[in-house]
Write a protein of this length. Sequence first.
Length: 520
Amino acid sequence: MVASYAETITDAHPHFAYARVHAAAVERALSSADLTRASFSDVEAYAEQQGREWTRRMLQGYLELQAANEQPVHAVGADGVERPALRRGTERQLETVVGRVTVSRCSYGASGTRSLHPLDAALSLPPELYSFGVRRVVAKEAARASFEEVVELVADHSGAEVAKRQVEQLTVCAARDFDAFYQQRTRACEDTDTLLVISTDAKGIVVRHEDLREPTRAAAAKSAHKLETRLTPGEKSNRKRMTQVCAVYTVDPWQRSAADVVHGMRGEDVEARRPRPRDKRVWASIEKAPRKVVREAFEEAQRRDPEHRRRWVVLVDGEPKQLRAVKAEVRRAEVEVEIIVDIVHVIEYLWLAGRALFGESNPEAESWVGDRLLALLSGRTGGEVARTIRWWASQREAQLDATARKAIGRATRYLADRTRTRLMHYADALRDGLPIATGVIEGACRYLVKDRMDRTGARWSLHGAEAILRLRALRTSGDFDEYWHFHLAREHERNHVGRYANGQIPDPLPRPKPRLRRVK
């Protein structure tokens, strides 16, 4: 006959007896008549719930064992004041992923000073209620789901209880070391034949009125809706604050022809031959000035190529402020850079003109846009293409209304802008194997910002939005696990090391005696 769980443990530690009793009770229940005839689904749910309770009791036993082993220490705070032991057995609560436990430890304090708890430091416990296990779950889930959904997810899949307000606060705390993490990390690449690519774009997020940038807030205060029940054309229901999105990655050069880019002309194997971006890092910030985020992108590139041995490429959408920021950072970094206006944005303006000339769903517009794109990729300048568009507009003048003429004007101004057209050297870029499309940054704008932040009715606080953007960036870049280890180390420094004299935490737990090896 197989012995029960409780009977097999004869020399177990008494602090875990509470957990053993529970395990024995679960064993009896699983072998009882009530559960032998139950569906497996019901048994599975029961086992999951009771297993979580067993784990909670084991954690409680572990904490009681550590409290029993705690030894008196000489505790001196960072203020230089010695704190004698006040009392043993002071308690605090800790909400873990399997439920709430009680932490008992010695408290060291002096009049007018903040008490110290060396056992908390030895176990690296957070000063607040929620354990780092709970915080990790909240951080990962908040990056992809709404705060309300996170509350439900935590309740369904753990033993913790976290309210929505606490979810927001824990999310902000979890993201606080984002900048420090990337500033201390280096990812230098020895392969000097690869391209180092920087790309940046902007995306708007609806924020609370008080968190709008000053010009936007002033415009929102002056605007008044013409109708009470609905918006009229051109009116905005919400004001947005722009988020600057950046990406830095490595990619191999890929020489190709204009025909490889134009959809109707490229071969079936083009996508298979396309080199994939590597070591990709994407991030976004709504809190920082756009210029600051662009600077961070160049700093990331500098960490990857400190000696400027690789070819740097910057892909932009051609927005004037963005271009000025990029050029300023190029001068600051003292590095030679190829700046290219993203062909995807250029195609959007070609389609703007094409729809104005031929109508929304006319196949002739698609062919016309393809011809203009081929001209750009083959060496024609943006100014030359703009003149071609104006010629077509003059030929179809009688068929164009005011809206169409306005669209053609926007398209030609974009293409003919002197600053921008000098950055449309696509024939040279294709010959040299440089990227000309910002697919990486477009994907980042969609995933980092739109998919999570652009939910119906959502109005973000500045700090909450920034935290979510950082956590989503960590997950997208594949850096979350590495970041979390760094974050825990920083939390230990903030919560414990910085509170003791010279950063020296007295060890209240006895060290295990070394085992002596028998010499043969």
